[in-house]
Structures are given as C-alpha cells and as structure tokens.
Design a protein around this ligand. Structure first.
Ligand code: UD1
Length: 344
C-alpha cells in the first residue's frame, strides 16, 4: 500500500473515477462526501470496479469538527484531493452566498486541518474558467486570469489564491492546482459516470438524455460565434484520463518531485472541438441520431477555449489518450446502463 489519501467529493463524477485510479495505483482511499450531488451506492460501484471498498464517511466539508474527526480517526493521511464543491454555473448566479460559503469555507477547513495532522500535500480541482476568454489559443498556464463570469468561476479563482497565500505564509503545504477543461465520458465498465440532479446544465448529459428520449431536443446555444461553424469550441477531456492526472499529481507530491510548492497544470487534450462537431462525432460513434436545434446564445458562455497541455505532458509525463469517439461511446453506454438500472 502506497499510503492513505483523503478524497473530498469522492462519490462525485470526477471524484469517483479518481478514487478507482488511486486504488489501482496502490493507494488506500478515504472518501468524505456530503452526498449533496451524489449517491452512497457510488461506493458500491467503486468497489465493483476496483475490487476494493474505499472508506467512506458522510461528512460535509463545511463541518470543521466532522472533518477534524475524519483526520483523527484515519491517522496518517498523506495527501488530499479536494473535489468537494458546488459546480452549477447558473445556480451560482442565483445563489452566490451558497457558492461562496460551500466552495471557500470547505477549502479553508481542509487547509486549516492539514498542518494539524501533518498532511503536506493537496491537489485542487480548478478549472479553465479562470482564463475567461483567452487572448491566445491554445491557452497556457501563463495566460492571465480574467474576471470571472460567475460566482462559481470566482470561487475557483479565489480558491487558487487562498492556496497560494497559505503557502506563501509559510504553512507546510505543497499544492498542485489542476485546471480541468471540459470533462466528459464515463468509466468503461459503465458503473461510474455523471449523474446530474434534475435537468442537466452541461452539454453531454443533456445530449445523452436527449438521445435516449428523456429530453425531446438538445438546444445548441448559438451558431453565430466567430468560429468555423459558428458554435462554441471546447476541449473535451475524457474523465478517466483526467482521473489519472490526479494520481500522477499525488505521486509527484509524495515523491517530492515538485519544482515549486504550488504548481499549476492545464489538464486538457490540446484539441478544440465545436459543439456541432461533437454532436456529429456522437452520431458517428454511436450510430444514434440526435434531435437538436440551434437556439440563441447562453449568457456567460466563452466563445472558444482549448488547452495547451504541453507543460502537463512534459513535466508530469501525463497525456490524454482516449479518443473522442470512445469517450462519447462511454457516455452513451453509461446512459444506457442508467436506464437498465431504472435510474434515468
Ligand atoms: C462550465 C464552466 C466550467 C465548469 C463546467 C462544469 C464556465 C465558463 N465554464 O463549462 O468552468 O467546470 O461548466 O460545470 O463557467 N451547450 C449547448 N447546449 C446545452 C448545454 C451546453 O449548446 O444544453 C454548449 C454550451 O453553450 C458550451 C458547451 O456546450 O458552448 C459546453 O457547455 P457545458 O457543458 O455547460 O460546459 P462549459 O460551459 O464549457
């Protein structure tokens, strides 16, 4: 066993895939999750995939004493991956204080407890949203951050700063900030995937729910952008590829390979795909025809963004390897499996 890792938000979409990858790399995982946007049966499915049941504690990271008890109970936690956060952009505009409280206070609690229990490393879930609309594409880690378009995006920026400031203050903490582009897809077993509450806000769950008939039609938000086909461009990254980046980041921290106490990496494919190209790829990969229509732009959308992942490729030795077709097939298989299980 390589050591004990605490994963906050470990039953969520990216968290659950990361737990499986940590386990297969030989780590022991303690999950903390309040189940606000996930379900306890994810723990069973993680066990089915990896053959190892992770430790699970239903605790809200806002609950300082509850979190303290987890550190005290599971001694020797070596590092933390902090996923736990609210992530719906639209909801954050309607309920900013909920987002600021959830996302900022959770991180503050984690950072306060780390030195007390001798935990030196944290990997933080950040987002390409910190770049806003970049002036230069593909975007590198050195691009300036732009004023956030939403309270959600602002919490990612502020949290990056909280970590930086804490390290500068002399706290014995090493951090890796992973700026994800657009994570999509599901585990090849179809036992883990994205399960949004209510009407999906993100493209892929809306798309697969439309393809299976839960939604009537997918609205494509805008075809008058300054892009080749007029729809927005994103860097869609397979969730398992993304999960693996976390394991490498944890190895790097624990093996003391970091060149700086806080390092930042773009986690993307380096390939920009438009929304219309993605729909086309889905139809080709699955053979399923999708009902979609073009509607007006969605407020707050970035026109186009994709990663320059060179730094992660060279420094971490990490690279996205899954094809978009396989990734879209995995998302579709997950949707089919949800139907089979009677969930959606
Ligand atoms: C947003 C956030 C990102 C966050 C992610 C996860 C911003 C700028 N981006 O990404 O930080 O990590 O959500 O919650 O805040 N689309 C449609 N029809 C739909 C849904 C989406 O056409 O029904 C289009 C959107 O206009 C966009 C693309 O698909 O161009 C991707 O949208 P989405 O999946 O919501 O992700 P982002 O907005 O890129």
């Amino acid at each position: 066993m390589k050591g004990r890792i605490l994963v906050t938000g470990g039953t969520g979409y990216i968290g659950s895939h990361t737990v499986v990858e940590l386990q297969s790399a030989g780590y022991e995982v303690v999950i903390v999750d309040n189940l606000s946007n996930s379900n306890a049966d994810v723990v069973d499915n993680i066990e089915k995939v990896s053959g190892v049941r992770p430790i699970f504690e239903k605790v809200d990271c806002l609950d300082f004493d509850g979190l303290n008890n987890v550190f005290a109970k599971y001694k020797g936690i070596k590092a933390i991956i902090h996923f736990a956060a609210s992530k719906a952009v639209g909801e954050s505009v309607a309920k900013p204080l909920l987002y600021y409280r959830n996302n900022l206070v959770s991180l503050i609690n984690v950072l306060e407890l780390m030195p007390k229990y001798g935990v030196e490393g944290i990997v933080f879930s950040s987002s390409c949203t910190v770049y806003g609309q970049p002036d230069v594409l593909p975007v590198t880690e050195n691009a300036p951050t732009k004023k956030a378009e939403s309270p959600y995006g602002n919490t990612k920026q502020i949290n990056e700063e909280i970590i930086q400031d804490t390290v500068v203050s002399g706290a014995p903490i090493n951090a890796i900030l992973l700026r994800y582009f657009n994570p999509i897809g599901a585990h090849a077993s179809a036992l883990l995937g994205e399960l949004p509450n209510g009407v999906p806000q993100n493209l892929i769950p809306y798309l697969t729910q439309t393809a299976i008939g839960i939604r009537e039609v997918l609205s494509v938000f805008g075809n008058d952008y300054n892009t080749p086909d007029g729809s927005c461009i994103r860097d869609f990254i397979n969730v398992v590829d993304l999960a693996k980046a976390h394991v490498i980041a944890i190895d790097r921290i624990l093996e003391k390979k970091q060149k700086e106490k806080v390092e930042v990496f773009n986690i993307g494919t380096g390939r920009g795909l438009s929304v219309l190209e993605l729909i086309d790829a889905f139809e080709r990969a699955t053979g399923v025809k999708l009902n979609y229509k073009i509607v007006g732009r969605r407020a707050g959308d970035i026109e186009q963004v994709w990663a320059d992942p060179t730094f992660a490729n060279e420094e971490l030795g990490w690279k996205a390897v899954e094809t978009i077709e396989d990734t879209l097939r995995s998302a579709w298989n997950w949707q089919l499996k949800l139907r089979e299980r009677g969930i959606q």
